[in-house]
Design a binder for this molecule. Structure first.
Ligand code: SF4
Length: 265
């Protein structure tokens, strides 16, 4: 199939003038078709990059540079250091489908003013079995889960689905790839959030200063890369999972804490 009889591909390639960034991939038009590389390699000389074939992409996108499995292909941890030359639109579509599955189709679907979005409530009400409990989160809790799980630190798709009280992603730090419904990773994270909510609560009183210290500690932990590779992205049973840290930050931010000024200040 060529772009001529593929409206989504035709509309997408029309967006590419000299170049176009799609999440972490830079697409450039060339005399013979297209060239793809990581956006961080924009200014690197071609000869310093590893030349890939289309058939190499599947292996490239499975793992980070540290060989950790990538359960979410839209996570901002695509390996750098490669270049891929493509002959035509069809090869471009195949390549993008390997790097960001469904990106062109979803981008095209999101062009009309009313895109076909499945919001949190309708999506979770369709779930059966172990994911049925994701309906138990309140709107505020589901909003915190979404803000934590879909944060630009973890995912480059622009979330269009919402729940009451949560607006769609404004686009800052995100890409042109839309997210039209909660993904399996979000669903699993929501399930874990329900389980955590169902645990017997500890009573812990925090002064505003202590809450500020806890917030700072979480921010430091989130900014510190996991160089030992101990934290698997989708292991939400690990208390130190970065999305769990970010969810706790969301909960702290929602506390009605008033800044206090001590006598010495
Ligand atoms: S639900 Fe969130 S984490 Fe999952 S793909 Fe969409 S934006 Fe990304």
């Amino acid at each position: 199939m060529t772009a001529l009889d593929h409206p989504a591909l035709r509309a997408f390639t029309a967006q590419i003038r000299d170049e176009l960034a799609v999440a972490q991939v830079l697409i450039r038009r060339t005399k013979h078709g297209f060239e793809l590389r990581h956006v961080d390699d924009r200014d690197r000389a071609e000869k310093t990059l590893r030349e890939l074939k289309l058939t190499d992409l599947r292996a490239l996108v499975q793992f980070t540079a540290g060989r950790a499995f990538r359960p979410l292909k839209s996570a901002p941890n695509l390996q750098t250091g490669w270049v891929l030359r493509l002959n035509d639109d069809t090869e471009l579509e195949s390549a993008l489908n390997l790097i960001y599955p469904g990106a062109i189709a979803d981008w095209f679907a999101a062009q009309p003013p009313q895109p076909p979005v499945s919001h949190y409530r309708e999506f979770t009400h369709r779930q059966t079995g172990m994911y049925r409990i994701t309906t138990l989160l309140s709107d505020a809790q589901a909003g915190q889960v979404a803000r934590a799980c879909c944060h630009p630190q973890f995912c480059l798709k622009r979330r269009l689905w919402t729940v009451n009280g949560l607006t769609p992603d404004a686009g800052e730090g995100k890409s042109l790839i839309p997210c039209l419904e909660p993904c399996p990773l979000l669903l699993e994270f929501a399930r874990k959030a329900v389980r955590v909510e169902q645990e017997e609560k500890l009573k812990l009183e925090l002064s505003p200063g202590e809450a500020a210290t806890l917030t700072a500690a979480l921010q430091i932990a989130l900014a510190t890369p996991d160089t030992r590779g101990n934290l698997r992205e989708a292991d939400f049973n690990a208390p130190g999972n970065p999305r769990r840290l970010r969810l706790l930050l969301e909960k702290l931010a929602a506390l009605p804490i008033k800044p206090t000024v001590s006598a010495e200040d």
